[in-house]
Design a protein around this ligand. Structure first.
Ligand SMILES: [Zn+2]
Ligand SMILES: [Zn+2]
Length: 149
């Protein structure tokens, strides 16, 4: 049996192929890293994780590839506040809780916010495409650090 992440990678490669995107070893590695990583990495973090395997790759290359994935609908670019963009592999709709101290983003699931979309559409006459919800707080690690000091 294939692990979920292997299935996700296979599907992603099919999607890229269908949108006419050439699958280079770098693109393959970036996708694989994004799927296995649950930390919503920045382009810089992806670069640092892969630079050993791809000495000729630059942060700009990573960024360009992430843009290609985003345009193919595989990856979401998360911009919160003024920190650098973080990237999330799009598997299903989920929400984010963000640490005010260190910027860590953690996924969580909550059903039923489609009701909010329906209500918004109903009262404004808009055709709703999407919504965005972020929850902010202090992550357990930062809370521990604060308690220790
Ligand atoms: Zn934190
Ligand atoms: Zn996420």
């Amino acid at each position: 049996m294939l692990a979920m992440s292997e299935i996700a990678l296979k599907d992603a490669l099919v999607t890229l192929k269908e949108s006419g995107v050439r699958i280079t070893p770098q693109r393959h590695a970036i996708l694989e890293f994004l799927i296995s990583s649950e930390s919503h990495p920045t382009a810089d973090e992806i670069y640092k994780a892969l630079e050993h395997d791809f000495p000729n790759m630059s942060v700009a290359t990573v960024y360009n590839n992430l843009r290609v994935f985003r345009n193919a609908g595989l990856v979401k670019e998360l911009t919160y506040g003024d920190s650098s963009s973080r990237f999330d592999f799009v598997t299903h709709d989920h929400y984010h809780i963000i640490c005010d101290q260190c910027g860590t983003i953690v996924d969580f699931h909550h059903p039923g916010l489609e009701e909010v979309e329906h209500l918004a559409s109903h009262v404004t006459g808009f055709k709703v495409n999407s919504h965005r919800l972020e929850v902010y707080g202090t992550c357990p690690k930062c809370a521990n650090n604060a308690a220790a000091n």
